[in-house]
Design a protein around this ligand. Structure first.
Ligand SMILES: [Zn+2]
Length: 345
């Protein structure tokens, strides 16, 4: 007999590998979802419905019309309102499960804020679109002994791998170095079928539930690859890579991605002709003052979350934390110089 307070999870509790005690483990768990695009909207939905006690969703971006094809938590009203993805996700998910503590945070995870954003997490789910952030999460999780789940989708293909520090190979064991910018297809060049994110996000949450409920014997230990178009399914055995490779992260404990080489970080944004620029020593920008300063060179629109202006072929979106997304370029150094030119860094 399932207790009344757990009725909403009764079908999950009835499942032979969960039960009431393990459901309570889920309700005491804290999951961080980094990136709330196609994958993040699927995984945060299922985590919320499964009754994970505390879910933090971190995303730096706003919702665009072309997102609606696959980012299942968002709708046309969110676009009309101009709210960030993390906030839109928080609103929707709070409506689904008031018993879960849902926190949407509008920012970019980077070396400067990763401790504050992800400390005490029981698990981290990858919903990002770039390897820079994934290697950062990998170094952070290995160093702090937090399991995380790498996931990615492109075209009709998706991949997923559980990373359990000191037990399974880490992302660097498998990929060694960060793939060169432009060497990987992006959503921009290859497109993406929405359903692959549904499949990979669902498997990601299933693995998260296994890890959080201590169903260790069931955890997938392969690099899983699925193609929904060819209906292909492949499990690549990576178990020997941790022993074979001299991985700087999990063997030598050198966490290069946790350190900043210099004060500026630039990231190419997947699926857009755009670059994000962020400076270490800028933490707060007064958007009102900035709007006044820029009024002479451009039409400026702003709300409490962001400020937008145009210069020639570039659109700048500036956030209160000092980040700027600059469209019209894939050139990182050009983006830095545009930032310096118009935002004075
Ligand atoms: Zn490793």
């Amino acid at each position: 007999m399932i207790s009344q307070s757990l009725e909403r999870y009764s079908r999950q509790i009835l499942f032979q590998h969960i039960g009431e005690e393990r459901q309570k483990l889920l309700m005491d768990s804290y999951a961080v979802v980094v990136g709330c695009g196609a994958l993040g909207t699927v995984s945060s939905s299922y985590l919320t419905r499964a009754g994970i006690g505390h879910i933090r969703i971190i995303d730096r971006d706003f919702i665009e019309e072309s997102n609606l094809q696959r980012q299942i938590l968002f709708d046309e009203n969110d676009i009309a309102e101009g709210i960030p993805k993390a906030i839109a996700a928080q609103r929707k998910l709070r409506g689904i499960n008031t018993k879960t503590n849902i926190e949407g945070i509008v920012t970019d995870v980077n070396y400067a804020n990763k401790d504050e954003l992800t400390k005490n997490a029981d698990i981290i789910l990858d919903g990002t679109d770039n390897f820079e952030t994934r290697f950062l999460i990998n170094d952070f999780c290995v160093k702090n002994n937090i399991p995380w789940i790498y996931s990615a989708c492109i075209g009709s293909r998706g991949v997923m791998m559980n990373i359990i520090p000191s037990k399974t190979p880490c992302l660097r064991c498998v990929f060694e170095t960060m793939p060169q910018m432009g060497s990987f297809p992006t959503c921009d060049t290859a497109g993406v079928i929405g359903s692959i994110a549904g499949v990979i996000g669902s498997i990601q949450v299933t693995e998260a539930i296994k890890i959080l409920t201590k169903n260790y014997e069931s955890i997938n230990k392969t690099l899983l690859e699925i193609d929904v178009w060819d209906t292909r399914y492949k499990q690549i055995d990576v178990s020997s890579l941790r022993n074979l490779n001299n991985c700087p992260t999990c063997k030598s404990h050198k966490y290069r991605y946790l350190e900043a080489e210099n004060g500026v970080m630039t990231t190419l944004i997947c699926g857009k002709n755009a670059v994000q620029v962020m400076y270490r020593n800028i933490s707060n920008i007064d958007l009102e003052k900035l709007a006044k300063r820029l009024a002479s060179i451009s039409d400026v629109s702003s709300n409490e979350f962001m400020l937008k202006f145009h210069v020639k072929d570039h659109e700048f979106t500036v956030f209160p934390d000092g980040r700027a997304i600059i469209t019209g370029t894939n050139d990182l150094s050009m983006a830095k110089s545009l930032y310096s030119k118009y935002l004075g860094m």
